[in-house]
Design a protein around this ligand. Structure first.
Ligand code: AMP
Length: 382
């Protein structure tokens, strides 16, 4: 166990690192951030930050040697420097899990090999026959880049011959994955923490609503039969055990009309769909991550309110005149609401689609809480 007072290193300096740092420092740890860009929400609130590329082996080694454990807040980190530095420090989770999660093809192949339910897919290597891969899956389908995709970036839905031809030309020269389009009933996510002793805790399952591929609302409890929620939790726990996870893992799922639960994506780090836990759970996902990687006992994951809805605040909520930002959102309605909690990430430059903050609304009745969350979101534009 790493006692409070030790130093926790985080690779990545975005908002997830910032909220991790808040939780770690509350438990008495020092946090060091390694982040290539100078404008870093996490560096701003941490004891120390290094700004250098992930491929700068000398800088990365010095960073790792200065930390008692190193973790991540971002999975798109090149793995080669990590395996080269395996001897220099302790990494939780291990880099092999990042390697699986950061590439859609490796992720899906891992799910298939380990017999976890997943969306039917076909692969297409660089220069391969994408047309044939799409036809083998059938329409509608979705083509995604194999590497470094998130929030719908690098994706194209294929519904007919015209969009198929567009996909073939726009993915030329890239490694791609073709997935069957799932007409899901809803999207769910489960966050699971696992300690080095093999202790596992799952947070309550979130129901997620995406708009333009970006998470818009997380709804707790998910409006799904209890046995399906149990199935989702069991699946996430089994995946965490199979990966030999030490840390936190988010598993994003599709629930189909037939009651099937299919894994869409995995991320070995805190996740946007777990932000509600900061205000409506006995232990937040960030504190649980700290506990899991330091070997502290895992925290209670009971909800502290019967209902919670998390709303993302994107740069779109700022006032725009063409591409000029001319004013900030009207925060007053959220700040006046007693059961709403506003979190802003300190990013200097708003941009449409950029995650700038979130708020969580709690309540006793889910329908009323969701309605209030929607009203407060609309009020940002007042
Ligand atoms: P991803 O970047 O793969 O997580 O995709 C972002 C969002 O796009 C998902 O949360 C879904 O809303 C949608 N999506 C991705 N893949 C599929 C699929 N195979 N079928 C239906 N919707 C999908």
């Amino acid at each position: 166990m790493l006692s409070p007072g030790k130093t926790l290193g985080v690779l990545g300096g975005g908002q997830l690192g910032r909220m991790f740092a808040h939780s770690a420092e509350r438990l008495g740890y020092r946090v060091h951030i390694y982040e290539p860009s100078a404008d870093s929400p996490a560096a701003e609130v941490s004891a120390h930050a290094v700004h250098a590329p992930y491929t700068d082996l000398a800088q990365l080694e010095a960073f790792v040697r200065g930390c008692d454990v190193v973790t991540y807040e971002f999975e798109n980190i090149p793995c080669e420097p990590l395996w080269r530095l395996e001897h220099a420090g302790v990494f939780h989770p291990k880099w092999q899990i990042l390697e699986v999660a950061q590439n859609r093809l490796r992720e899906k192949t891992w799910l298939r090999k380990n017999e976890f339910p997943h969306v039917r897919f076909a692969e297409c290597e660089v220069g391969g026959d994408l047309d044939a891969a799409i036809r083998s899956i059938g329409l509608p389908g979705v083509v995604k880049t194999a590497d470094f995709g998130y929030d719908g970036k690098g994706q194209l839905k294929v519904t007919d011959e015209a969009s198929l031809a567009r996909a073939v030309s726009s993915f030329a020269g890239q490694r791609a994955v073709v997935e069957q389009w799932v007409d899901f009933k809803c999207e769910l996510s489960v966050l699971v923490a696992r300690s080095s002793a093999g202790e596992t805790r799952c947070f309550p399952v979130a129901e997620n609503i995406h708009t333009k591929h970006i998470l818009d609302f997380s709804i707790l409890p998910a409006r799904v039969a209890p046995e399906l929620l149990e199935k989702a939790r069991a699946l996430a726990e089994a995946i965490a055990a199979r990966l030999e996870l030490v840390g936190l893992l988010a598993v994003e799922l599709f629930l189909t009309d037939r009651g099937e639960i299919l894994v869409n994506e995995m991320a070995p780090r805190p996740h946007n769909s777990g932000h509600w836990s900061m205000d409506a759970c006995a232990t937040s996902q960030f504190e649980q991550h700290v506990r899991a990687v330091t070997g502290l006992p895992l925290g209670d994951v009971s909800m502290t309110a019967p209902a919670a809805v998390m709303v993302n605040i994107l740069g779109d909520a700022w006032k725009w005149s063409g591409d000029q930002c001319v004013g900030e959102p009207a925060w007053a309605a959220i700040l006046r609401e007693p059961r709403a909690h506003l979190h802003l990430y300190g990013k200097k430059e708003p941009r449409p689609g950029r995650k700038m903050g979130h708020f969580t609304v709690t309540g006793t009745d889910l329908a009323e809480t969701f309605e209030r969350a929607r009203r407060l979101k609309a009020a940002l534009h007042a």
